[in-house]
Write a protein that binds this ligand. Structure first.
Ligand code: FES
Length: 97
C-alpha cells in the first residue's frame, strides 16, 4: 500500500477555483494558501462567519462539537476554519447567488 497523500483536492463551485486541501490543517488555511478568499473571523469554530455548504466530500473535526446544529450537520454545512478534509471536497461558493 502506498503512503497516504498528505493533501486532497478542493474546489469551489460553481467557478471559484481549486486548491490543495491538506489533511492536517483546516480547509480555511488551505483555501487561503491556495490564494482563494473565504469569509472568516474567529478561526476557532464558534462565530460561524465561515459557514459554508459541502457539495461533495467528507470532513472531520478535531473539536467535539463545532458551532453547527444537528440539522446543519445533516444538511452538509461545514465550518472551514475547523474542518479538515477526509476526501476530495467541493464547497459551494459563499458569495454565489
Ligand atoms: S471563522 Fe468563526 S466559525 Fe469559522
Amino acid at each position: 500500500m502506498s503512503p497516504e497523500i498528505p493533501f486532497v483536492q478542493g474546489r469551489i463551485e460553481p467557478d471559484g477555483g481549486s486548491f490543495d486541501a491538506w489533511r492536517e490543517q483546516s480547509l480555511l488555511d488551505s483555501l487561503e494558501q491556495g490564494g482563494l478568499q473565504w469569509p472568516s473571523s474567529c478561526r476557532s469554530g464558534t462565530c460561524r462567519t465561515c459557514i459554508g455548504k459541502l457539495v461533495s466530500g467528507q470532513v472531520r473535526y478535531e473539536m467535539d462539537w463545532p458551532g453547527l446544529s444537528a440539522e446543519e450537520l445533516a444538511e452538509a454545512y461545514v465550518l472551514p476554519c475547523v474542518a479538515r478534509p477526509v476526501t476530495d471536497v467541493v464547497l459551494q461558493d459563499p458569495w454565489a447567488d
